[in-house]
Design a protein around this ligand. Sequence first.
Ligand code: 5GP
Ligand code: ZN
Length: 153
Amino acid sequence: MANPDCIFCKIIAGEVPSLKLYEDDRVFPMMDINPFDDGHCLVITKAHAENLLNADPDDLAAVLPAAQKICRAVEAALEPEGVNVVQANGPAAGQTVYHFHTHIFPRRRDDGAMLNWAIHRATWGGSKRSTTRSWLSCNGPRYVPERWRHRLL
Ligand code: 5GP
Ligand code: ZN
């Protein structure tokens, strides 16, 4: 159901203009109003959900094929050196619009997008992880996420 206070719901309803790429039953891909670079698009779900945590899985299942379609078009048209598909949930993750969406944006090596995990906060129980092998052989078994893995089963 649409949320009357949601800008993306208003766009889907045609109450706010947008540069729509196309639409189907579940998704509404459009250009981002404040693009990082040429070709920066959003795939938004037609149904209102705050983010990944409460979106309908059937809507989510429609998002990645739409992202693939757009990535292929962007790739052919703009010939980037890469394409990111990025999605934020919650303020610390950078979410500013609370209606599910994923970003698609072409990348160049020198484009300066701040998308990296160069600062590692995980301590792996005190010892710094140096290589995947050392993590698996030494630290791995102790740090399997027992506190939440059972919720996946
Ligand atoms: P977030 O920060 O939540 O991951 O991304 C929200 C994105 O929505 C931003 O990149 C912002 O530029 C875009 N955005 C915000 N308002 C509008 C709008 O009214 N129309 C469109 N097309 N994009 C919007
Ligand atoms: Zn909405």
